[in-house]
Design a protein around this ligand. Structure first.
Ligand SMILES: Cc1ncc(COP(=O)(O)O)c(C=O)c1O
Length: 480
């Protein structure tokens, strides 16, 4: 745009023109570079991802979420009195989530940036209640089954708490209620259960656990980060599932992620609290410092409203019926894929209770070969490690609506992958991993068979050393 005062001033006019051309060039170069970086990532709409992605394949939905993102990309949720949008989106998204979880009028919530943050806030509410009653000289304990998402261990690490791990039933992969009862000592401040857990997709016996916990006055957090936006719809489609929401007495908080089966872009999760007192315990206020009133309901302070707006737009666009439609697609794909894989000899690691499944074969080696062949065919599926007394190597699939489109190709490739035997690349991986695990770890970032390298390494190296190695690697790869 050439400012009007340039008319007649030829030299100035040409300067501006030159600058505009240069700017166009810079813009093109930056966009070109962005596209190149994007090429490093898998294409979500291809349906080839079975981890970390919840793709609908609906272009209209994507366009709407993107529009919301654009409109609010630089609005700051730090101060809802200035940026009113943040409060509006939060109220709406929390309201929808509360209905999904059958929460009563007293249930309140916070819109966070992700499941981990929601879980940290739930742990914080529990810790603060305990501290008020007993002071801060004892370490508060969270009782959680081994299948608990690491977010709860991270919460404990951040908040000076301790996780007391309890076993799960090896066949159902559900929390062992008796073990939870035994673990509920005098310093227990929270019990964590999943609906469902990430590794095996099974739902913990929430009612029985909640009964045991409330007998001792201990609150219960349900991690429904995966299940919150899909299980209620699966129930409507005829699945009989373990009750896990606020209908269960003793459940005091629930986390559910809009950016998982709520299908919004990343950066949106909700934590719901049974009553306002619990939420109050998670709010940090500093009105005594010399600046603006600092009132934080989340871990971050300044943060973009964009993911909140996109979450709202996604919920608004889909509505209850839209979610039900998506759930239909998910369960169709789930049925087709599990039934076909079972016919090929795969076994489910636990009962089928969610769209997250884990499958294994009788011989460990064959599942690793299978995973390698599928990876080489461009499928991104999880390979989960062997855990003594719990699971052999297994593959993890998170089924999304888009998978209905690709189910047949997936199954055909699965059949071929089983027949093919070990690929050459896998033999190379074995050789490096067994000869020099550290070198193998360093190669992980670039490796095409990264999941295999990681799963093998994890099963070979003691956890403490593996963690150290991971930290060293992360620092290395983040350096220029
Ligand atoms: C059961 C469960 N809880 C919590 C989380 C953490 O969610 P986020 O990655 O959004 O922090 C995940 C992530 O996969 C999960 O599967």
């Amino acid at each position: 745009m050439i400012p009007p005062f340039c008319i007649g001033d030829k030299r100035y006019f040409l300067d501006i023109l030159r600058e505009a051309v240069l700017m166009d060039q810079v813009l093109e170069e930056v966009v070109e570079a962005l596209r190149k970086v994007k090429e490093l990532e898998p294409d979500l709409s291809s349906g080839r991802l079975f981890i970390h992605s919840y793709e609908t394949g609906n272009d209209e939905l994507r366009a709407i979420a993107l529009e919301a993102y654009k409109l609010f990309y630089n609005s700051n949720a730090l101060n809802p009195l200035v940026f009113r949008s943040a409060l509006y989106f939060e109220r709406e998204v929390v309201g929808f989530s509360r209905e999904l979880m059958s929460g009563g009028e007293d249930v309140v919530g916070t819109l966070t940036y992700g499941g981990t943050e929601s879980i940290v806030l739930a742990a914080l509410a529990a810790r603060e209640a305990f501290r008020r009653a007993k002071g801060s000289s004892v370490v508060p304990e969270i009782v959680a089954p081994v299948t608990a998402h690491p977010a709860i261990r991270k919460a404990a690490w951040l908040l000076g708490m301790k996780v007391v791990e309890t076993p799960v039933d090896p066949s159902t992969k559900k929390a062992d209620v008796e073990a939870v009862k035994e673990a509920l000592g005098p310093n227990a401040v929270l019990v964590y259960v999943s609906a469902p857990n990430y590794p095996f997709g099974t739902i913990d016996p929430v009612r029985a656990v909640a009964e045991a916990a409330s007998d001792k006055g201990v609150p219960v957090h349900v991690d429904a980060c995966i299940g919150g936006f899909i299980l209620p719809f699966m129930e409507r489609l005829g699945y009989t599932l373990e009750p896990f929401d606020f209908r269960v007495d003793g459940v005091t908080s629930i986390s559910l992620d809009v950016h998982k089966y709520g299908y919004s872009p990343k950066g949106a999760s909700v934590v719901l609290f049974r009553n306002p007192e619990m939420k109050k315990r998670t709010i940090f206020v500093d009105v005594a410092w010399p600046g603006y009133p600092f009132i934080n309901t989340t871990i971050l302070s300044s943060r973009s409203v964009a993911p909140m707006a996109a979450a709202w737009a996604t919920i608004k666009y889909l509505g209850f019926e839209g979610y039900l439609d998506m759930a239909r697609k998910v369960v169709d794909a789930l049925r087709e894929i599990t039934e076909s894989l079972r016919k090929l000899g795969f076994k489910l690691s636990g009962p089928l209770e969610s769209p997250v499944i884990s499958l294994y074969l009788d011989e460990d080696e064959r599942i690793i070969e299978f995973h390698a062949n599928m990876s080489l065919k461009g499928w991104i599926i999880g390979l989960q490690p062997r855990v003594k007394g719990l699971a052999s190597y297994n593959v993890h699939l998170t089924i999304s609506p888009i998978h209905r489109r690709v189910a047949k190709t997936f199954i055909e490739d699965a059949r071929k992958s089983l027949e093919e035997g070990a690929p050459r690349e896998l033999k190379e991986v074995y050789e490096i991993v067994f000869k020099d695990p550290l070198k193998a770890a360093k190669g992980v970032v670039e490796a095409r068979l990264a999941s295999i390298v990681i799963a093998l390494l994890l099963s070979m190296i003691p956890p403490g050393e593996a963690a150290e190695m991971a930290k060293e690697l992360v620092v290395e790869v983040s350096r220029r």
